[in-house]
Design a protein around this ligand. Structure first.
Ligand SMILES: NC(=O)c1ccc[n+]([C@@H]2O[C@H](COP(=O)([O-])OP(=O)(O)OC[C@H]3O[C@@H](n4cnc5c(N)ncnc54)[C@H](OP(=O)(O)O)[C@@H]3O)[C@@H](O)[C@H]2O)c1
Length: 314
């Protein structure tokens, strides 16, 4: 493939700065894999990057191809790549500095890639990497969740929250999760005790949880703190914490974190999917020409599971 379609930005801004254009196809450098992208997952970080909210921590270079969750077929491999060959079905999360998944082809480091789950449609696998790595790190790496403990997941119907519910249930925890009224059935079906944040205070439903995993934001996180047991852990996926005074008032140990690409973690995630322990609800599938619309839908904050961009035929 000499040239390809890609959804790029040449400057920060709103919906209008996303341009779908014909560009040179990338080539696999040493330790890189060139993937013909079948589908790409949409994440809130995509519109946060587009808007320029991340520029202090993520100094990207323009033009920048958006999209950080991909699934596809290996086209070719650079020197030094040992675990992948042309024709392999793969999924991955490239470093945010390069992203590049909203395109017909993308290069990604071998270390950031894994073979896709064999039991899941390849297109659907594009929904997994970021949400699953984030949920795993929040619950276990930073949250130290163990069997028999109680966890409260804020935002249980989104990409990260819906996966976190399944991982926590699978780990033997008792799981509570918040969502609006329309998503109560979704999170109950995943194994959580559902809390309708529109009509219930979390502390009226559950107290003394060992861990709160906040996938929503400081406001809902702060109002959920009365559910935490003294000395419990408050872990957030968003880059903001309640004030130190408020956390101290509830005796909370806190952590916020950013995920790193990890092919090793993706191998474990593929195994969970193939064991029937992990699935992902797909909300809407867009075409590459509709990236702006997909980002607007993500920004609206009502996604059930994941949004996908279909980049080429499966
Ligand atoms: N730290 C990291 O490395 C990292 C990695 C990935 C994601 N993140 C961040 O984590 C957050 C979650 O990501 P995501 O992909 O899961 O987002 P998402 O899929 O866009 O989340 C949408 C969901 O949030 C729910 N929601 C909105 N307001 C809520 C509230 N007040 N209480 C409970 N649920 C609420 C919505 O449910 P209802 O419609 O039912 O309200 C919807 O299902 C984002 O801020 C994202 O940027 C961080």
């Amino acid at each position: 493939m000499e040239s390809m379609k890609a959804a790029r930005i040449h400057r920060y801004g709103g919906k209008e700065v996303v341009v779908v254009e014909q560009v040179d196809s990338p080539k696999a450098e040493p330790y890189e894999v060139l993937v013909r992208v079948v589908a790409a997952g949409v994440n809130p970080v995509d519109w946060k990057i587009r808007e320029g909210y991340m520029q202090q921590v993520l100094p990207i270079r323009f033009p920048y191809t958006l999209g950080c969750d991909l699934a596809g077929i290996v086209e070719s491999t650079g020197a030094g790549v040992t675990r992948f060959s042309a024709g392999d079905r793969v999924f991955g999360y490239p470093s945010l500095m390069r992203c590049g998944a909203f395109a017909e082809a993308a290069t990604i480091l071998e270390s950031e890639l894994a073979h896709a789950p064999v039991s899941m449609d390849l297109e659907m696998s594009a929904a997994l990497p970021v949400a699953c790595i984030t949920a795993f790190d929040g619950l276990f790496t930073h949250g130290s969740l163990e069997a028999g403990q109680r966890v409260l997941i804020l935002g249980g119907s989104g990409g990260v929250g819906s996966v976190a519910i399944q991982m926590a249930v699978g780990a033997g925890a008792q799981v509570y999760a918040t969502a609006s009224a329309r998503n109560q059935q979704l999170i109950t079906g995943l194994g959580a005790i559902a809390i309708d944040y529109g009509s219930q205070a979390t502390a009226d439903v559950v107290r003394d949880v060992d861990l709160i995993l906040d996938c929503v934001g400081v406001e809902s996180g702060t109002s959920a703190l009365p559910s935490l047991k003294a000395g419990g852990r408050y872990v957030t996926t968003v880059y903001a914490l309640p004030s130190a005074e408020v956390l101290a008032q509830f005796g909370a140990k806190s952590a916020m974190y950013g995920i790193q690409p990890s092919g090793d973690r993706l191998r474990e995630i593929a195994a969970l999917v193939d064991q029937g322990k992990l699935s992902m609800a797909i909300d809407t599938i867009y075409s590459l020409d509709q990236v702006s619309e997909a980002l607007a839908a993500s920004q609206a904050g009502r996604t059930r599971g994941k949004l996908l961009i279909r980049t080429s035929p499966n």
